[in-house]
Design a protein around this ligand. Structure first.
Ligand SMILES: [Zn+2]
Length: 216
């Protein structure tokens, strides 16, 4: 048996070399972005059915003073002086208040406005929209659907296909790098608790941005 082993190894190696030289048909799809399993897991997490009475949460204990000012008092941080305005690593952005997934790095673009900008949310259900009349020009405020944290605003002047520019406060988000997302996915698979995919809503049309705000 031990004598036949080298032959098997040689045959195996030759076979591997031959296969390696075969044209790789659809290899161009290997974009160094997020893989599909991570994206799917993010969607599941975004729809976390966990019930929490967020009105009972002591936000002052849970957040830093600045995070509190931004997310619970609808504050705005300074442009070009915040954590993510010029940050483009692969991963996911979550609500700093409740941890709900909000945006993926694939949707981030450089809007040159000094705040982190995205062209779409991770899922439609991630945020809610509200008419904001604090400035002369009415704006559409965006909040975390799960804990109602103020996140920023959405505008209809986006440069990509969606036509949207979600303009965020960095302090309203925490970034989870792709490596950690994969680790979370592995953990979830091990514990077998990744089954909550039912009831996923259909994607809301883009035009909803203009209609979803409250009337004055
Ligand atoms: Zn939240």
């Amino acid at each position: 048996m031990s004598k036949s082993l080298p032959l098997i190894v040689v045959v195996g190696l030759l076979s591997a070399i031959v296969h390696a030289q075969e044209p790789a048909a659809a290899d161009k799809s290997a974009k160094p972005a997020k893989d599909a399993s991570v994206a799917a897991a993010s969607e599941e997490a975004a729809e976390d059915p966990e019930k929490v009475d967020w009105s009972q949460v002591d936000w002052r204990k849970r957040l830093t003073k600045f995070q509190y000012y931004i997310t619970r008092e609808a504050g705005t941080e300074r442009p070009f002086r915040n954590e993510f305005w010029n940050f483009f690593k692969p991963g996911e952005y979550r609500c700093v208040g409740c941890g709900a997934p909000l945006f993926e790095s694939d949707a981030k673009f450089d809007s040159e406005c000094g705040w982190p900008s995205f062209d779409k949310t991770i899922i439609d259900k991630a945020i809610t929209e509200h008419l904001d009349l604090k400035m002369v020009q009415p704006r559409t405020e965006i909040r975390c659907r799960r804990c109602e944290a103020h996140l920023g605003h959405v505008f209809n002047d986006g440069p990509t296909d969606t036509g949207l520019r979600y303009c965020l406060n960095s302090a309203a988000m925490k970034f989870v790098p792709e490596k950690q997302l994969k680790e979370e996915l592995t953990k979830t698979k091990k514990t077998g608790s990744a089954a909550a995919t039912e009831g996923k809503p259909a994607e809301k049309p883009v035009a909803a941005v203009e209609t979803a705000g409250e009337k004055p």
